[in-house]
Structure formats: C-alpha cells, structure tokens
Design a protein around this ligand. Structure first.
Ligand code: SF4
Ligand code: SF4
Length: 314
C-alpha cells in the first residue's frame, strides 16, 4: 500500500481510505461487531486511514476495530461534525473521544461546508477545533464539502489543513461548478499545502459499473493524497486493496444497486429536501419524492435529517 503525507499536516495516510458511512445504520447497517471485522481486515491489509462522521453512527464499530488492532497508533481517523457553536463542537469532540476510545482525534472536520458564508457561520466551532489542536486533542482541522466555493474558501484560511472534497470521473454530485472547476480548486488547495482526500470516487455507487476506470481517474491526480472508498464487506476491502496495490486483473466488486426508499408514514415536512446538498428531493402531494433521480449520490444526509425515519438509502 502506498502512503503519502496529507499536505503539510504531518499525517501519513494510505492512498486508500476506508469510507465508513457504508457500514453504519444509514447504509448497510452492520452491527458494531460485524462492522469492526470489515474495518479490521482493511487495517490488517495496510489501510491506515478511516473516514467517518458523527452522523454516520460508526464510532463503536471503529472503537472495536482499533481495540483489536495491535498498531492502533498508526491509524489515522478523520471524523466530522455539523456543530456550529462552541458548545456543540465541544460535545462533538467529547463524544468522538469517548465513543472511539481515542484521547487524540487525528483529523476533525466541519461536515459539509458550502462557501465562505457557511465557514463564517461555523467560526465558533472552528475556534474550538483550533484550541483542541493546541491542546493536543486534535492533530489536524479541516472541512468536507461537495461545493467548489468551499474548497476555495478553505484554501484561503491557513489554519484549515485538510479538505475532503467530492470529486469523481463524471462530476456527479459536485455543487457550484463543473468537474474541471473542482479540479482546479483542489489543485490550488494542494499547492497551498492542504491535505486532500477525495470522497464519492464512485459517485455514491453510480460509477460502480466503471469501478476501475473511476478509481484510476482519481489515482492519476497528484493533488489528491488519498481516496475514501465506502466498503461494507471483507471481499470488497480485499478487492479495493489489491486494486490500490496495482492489480488490474480483478473483477470489480459486485455492483450493489442503491436506491432511496421513502416510507408511507412520511409527513411531507420537507426536512429531507432541505438537507439534500444536490436538490434531489421535493415535496409532492404531501410526501417526499425524488425530483432529479440521477443526481443522488446516496450520501444519506436526507435520512439523517428525517424526524420520522421515513427516508433511507437501501
Ligand atoms: S437524496 Fe438523500 S442520499 Fe440522495 S443526494 Fe440527496 S441527501 Fe444524499
Ligand atoms: S424528512 Fe422524513 S417525514 Fe419529512 S418529508 Fe422527508 S421523508 Fe418525509
């Protein structure tokens, strides 16, 4: 497995990052025990980078995997929070430490930033993260985003060290610009010393049919230091590790067709549509409905926003 420094953060990570959204309740819904086995296989095969978020509810899966891995100090965990107040971020930090059993969180990101405006709105939470870095509780601070403008805004802030942008071969899911504009923003961020790890390399599953082409597309971009791939079985881990080690004679992991499921008890409150970064949902005849089907990247943010547990990725 190839390892690279994430920008100038001092953190060295594997080119393949384990995207943990897929094992949690918003997607495959593996139990902490089952999920930890999948994670552990990745760690045993040399993947030392795990991407999660408070929203994904996978802290217990990660804690179990780390407890069973003899070289846990080599593992770099990145997590994210939507908190925008001091109090909210302090709670997020404490929860991440407690539930993952980590005194130090290697990477802490503001989850899903959109622009310089949202960054300003989250400033009190960012200040908590910078203080936590000073205190040795966090090693590097950053943002995740689907938006070109947020990558540009974060590049201009020296204390933001890590950016996790949405980028893939077809550009599906990129907000506020084209694939080329996102690539340009990423290149400028990397030039400024930011650590870059890409999310949604397979467009949330849309590009699984073109698995090897989609991953090779990102692997040839120097500005991208690591690529977060969602995995949910040991077979999928083994295929991805072999691919990242240079094997090209492998069948792609079994395509999993994903879809949004909306239950009958949806009240039509609209919280899911407001939470969707891609404008996929609308309220039609008093219920949530898919307005633009081919723009869904199965990020599950809608499910997390639903007060009735009425929408999910299956
Ligand atoms: S509909 Fe839901 S899963 Fe699809 S992009 Fe929007 S928030 Fe993500
Ligand atoms: S948030 Fe849940 S209840 Fe509200 S419209 Fe969406 S699916 Fe329906």
């Amino acid at each position: 497995m190839k390892y690279t420094e994430l920008g100038r953060s001092g953190l060295h990570v594997s080119k393949l990052c384990f995207g943990a959204l897929t094992i949690g309740p918003l997607q495959r819904n593996l139990s902490p025990e089952e999920g930890s086995q999948v994670l552990l296989r990745a760690l045993e095969l040399g993947v030392n980078f795990i991407d999660t978020a408070e929203l994904y509810e996978t802290y217990h899966h990660i804690r179990l995997a780390l407890q069973r891995f003899p070289w846990r100090e080599r593992v770099v965990v990145a997590t994210k929070s939507y908190a925008y107040t001091r109090e909210g971020m302090l709670q997020s930090l404490e929860r991440a430490q407690r539930e993952m059993g980590l005194d130090t969180i290697p990477i802490f990101l503001l989850h899903e930033q959109e622009s310089s405006h949202t960054l300003r709105g989250h400033w009190p939470a960012l200040e908590v993260l910078w203080e936590a870095k000073q205190a040795g509780v966090v090693q590097a601070v950053g943002i995740s985003t689907h938006h070109v403008q947020a990558v540009q805004a974060a590049t201009a802030i020296p204390e933001i060290e890590i950016i996790s942008p949405l980028i893939n071969m077809t550009g599906i899911g990129i907000q506020g610009g084209t694939r080329e504009e996102m690539l340009k923003a990423i290149a400028q961020a990397a030039q400024a010393g930011k650590g870059i790890y890409a999310m949604k390399p397979l467009g949330g599953g849309h590009l699984l049919g073109d698995w090897s082409k989609a991953l090779d597309y990102l692997l040839q971009i120097d500005a991208i230091h690591s690529i977060a791939v969602g995995m949910k079985s040991t077979a999928e881990v083994e295929s991805n590790v072999a691919f990242f080690q240079g094997r090209r004679d492998l069948p792609s992991p079994e395509p999993v067709s994903r879809r949004l499921h909306i239950d009958d008890w949806c009240t039509g409150c609209g919280a899911c549509a407001a939470a969707c970064p891609n404008g996929v949902l609308e309220i039609r005849e008093g219920r949530a409905a898919v307005a633009v089907r081919n723009q869904c990247v199965f990020c599950a943010y809608c499910g997390a926003a639903c007060p009735e547990f009425a929408i999910k990725v299956i």
